[in-house]
Design a protein around this ligand. Structure first.
Ligand code: SAM
Length: 219
């Protein structure tokens, strides 16, 4: 069996054993998780563990999120295929690739240059040309391309940045882990004609969202 076939098998097993039993139901999300080659977004030494049920280090003290968390946050965005989505925290580029399978255009922002550049390279190699990557403090959002139908923050925030709420389209969804530096709850904010409706789901542990409207770098 070739390496490629082996990773395909591991990826299908990840979906069947980690995502479906925990309640991920959106068939388009499950299909994207079966398709995107997660092992190519981690260093070679970690490839054999790429489909394990946990986050993995990607350098610079950052992580590629657990597959279940990627699937859950993506499902909460309720993507149909036509949307414009903003991601804060490009990291490895994996979440951006999953989003790119499910919407029209992805804008993703990473504050660490080496990570953003590596993500750009792999996204190009895999043909994800509907993803724009910017190196910047993502807590400001990406005003020139707002409003967004979906915003996903893949780092833990002390509170929901007003800057991101301002850039959410009416009817749009913002998914963001909010809480302390150590633990957060996953919040979903829906913008309505008259305001914002917020619900929270599971507890989670993300690296901190650092920046002007996040945690301070030294904190
Ligand atoms: N979505 C990523 C993936 O698929 O690999 C995982 C993201 S990792 C858990 C969180 C990322 O958020 C880190 O790469 C970190 O540098 C980045 N980050 C933290 N604060 C940020 C900010 N203000 N703007 C942009 N990126 C930020």
């Amino acid at each position: 069996m070739s390496i490629f076939q082996d990773y395909t098998r591991l990826r299908h097993r990840m979906v069947d054993s980690q995502l479906v039993p925990r309640g991920i139901r959106d068939e388009r999300v499950l299909e994207a998780m079966r398709k995107v080659q997660r092992h190519l977004f981690v260093g070679e030494a970690l490839r054999s563990r790429a489909y394990d049920d946990n986050a993995l280090p990607i350098g610079e003290s950052q992580t590629i999120s657990q597959p279940y968390m990627v699937a859950l946050m993506t499902e909460l965005l309720e993507l149909k295929g036509t949307e414009k989505v903003l991601e804060i925290g490009t990291g490895s580029g994996y979440q951006a690739a999953v989003l790119a399978e499910l919407c029209d255009k992805v804008y993703t922002i990473e504050r660490i240059k080496s990570l953003g550049m590596r993500a750009r390279t792999i996204l190009d190699e895999l043909g994800y040309f509907n993803v724009a990557v910017k190196i910047f403090d993502g807590t400001y959002g990406w005003r020139e391309n707002a409003p967004f139908d979906g915003i996903i923050v893949t780092a833990g925030a002390p509170e929901i940045p007003q800057s991101l709420l301002d850039q959410l389209a009416v009817g749009g969804r913002l998914i963001i882990p909010v809480g302390s530096r150590g633990t957060q709850e996953l919040a979903k904010v829906v913008r309505t004609e008259t305001g914002f409706e917020t619900t929270t789901s599971i507890g989670c542990v993300f690296v901190p969202l650092l920046g002007a409207y996040g945690w301070k770098d030294n904190g």
